[in-house]
Design a protein around this ligand. Sequence first.
Ligand SMILES: C[S@@+](CC[C@H](N)C(=O)[O-])C[C@H]1O[C@@H](n2cnc3c(N)ncnc32)[C@H](O)[C@@H]1O
Length: 414
Amino acid sequence: MHTDNSRHGHSLIRNHQHSERDSSELDLTNFLEKDDDEESSALEDVIAACLFYKTYTLNTGIYRRLKHIDDLSARHRDMVSSLGTIDKIKEAERLVRENQKFLQKLVYASSVGSTPDSENDQEAFRQWHKAFFEFRKASGRPPVVEHHMEKVYSTLKQFVRDWANEGKEEREQTYGPLLEALESEFAHVQPNQRGKLRVLVPGAGLGRLAYEICCRGFSSQGNEFSYFMLFASNFILNKSLVTNQHTIYPFVHQFSNVVCANDQMRKITVPDVLPSSLPFAESAEFSMTAGDFIEIYSAEDEKERWDAIVTCFFMDTAKNVLDYLDTMWSAMKPGAVWINLGPLLWHFDNVANESSIELTRDEFIELVKKVGFELDEKHFADCVSVSYTANDRSMLQYTYRAFMCVARKPHTKD
Ligand SMILES: C[S@@+](CC[C@H](N)C(=O)[O-])C[C@H]1O[C@@H](n2cnc3c(N)ncnc32)[C@H](O)[C@@H]1O
């Protein structure tokens, strides 16, 4: 726990993939000495991607573009330079360096110490950083793989969705209806009594939805298995000291569909609220678990523990959504409610060597009923327009026609 008051604490309390790690935060300090098991190499890949961000992005994104301009004929080069295009790319280089500082802090927060502010801390991190790269080199693995770097870029945008003023509209569109449905479900319970109600948020991303649920008085637990998300949520929830403490440039990598350079270079500050200072109801608890949703919540000790489950852009991350539904069913108390909003962008569709069951929305709803859930027809919404980590100034916009459903586990299954 790293907030002053343990009620407010966001704790990576359990990692069910590796039960020997039962600490209050990810323990990266010793993993360099660990055997190369699957989990530590996944963790290592994520750290490598964060620490290699600048080198990779400058080489593949910035210097390449400068070279393309350099290769132009003198006449074309002069014309392009006169537009300020070279200066723009050089500014992007500077901002990539700034992003790197942020990413370093993020890794640091889950590894060596709290925030690398003092000289001593910085030195400790430098040493750790060096040891990491030597370890990585000795392992013979590539410094970073492209799809991990894409995840670094998307994690930066995820900060906008969850923890920046600029994400407010997207949060209202998406989290708004879920929060409203949850509050209306428990409208008969006074906010100061809601702490007894336990709400689970699987696939919690950077944790804002789980946090907002706690702000409304419920005890809430987010669950997440991506180290990118866990590093980022740990950093924001546990280490933030003031609002707008950190500056990032999440759109700097996007050179297409840009109206003007200022849009691409614009800074975003996070967090828009200070997670530790908001008034939670006395009894409300807040936590995050690290690990696979099915593995953690199908365990015997999670059986019938939850009053509500809230899923947002999560159900389509399943290879077999029945495994998710069965897990939810088992974890929910009789009478508990499940509130869901999202599209069906099946994540494993067309992924080589992975199985995937892709259902239509109608098939999905039928399946939910077959599992035994009672669908609340009056809360079903078949077309909720929502975006996901959108850059609102881009010439290209994606909108999902997501659906929302509310379903209950009956007190007795017929
Ligand atoms: C599309 S994102 C949505 C994140 C968040 N709910 C939001 O709306 O911003 C789906 C999230 O689910 C997580 N996830 C996918 N499968 C998971 C699993 N089996 N257990 C835990 N988390 C999972 C992913 O890492 C990812 O962060």
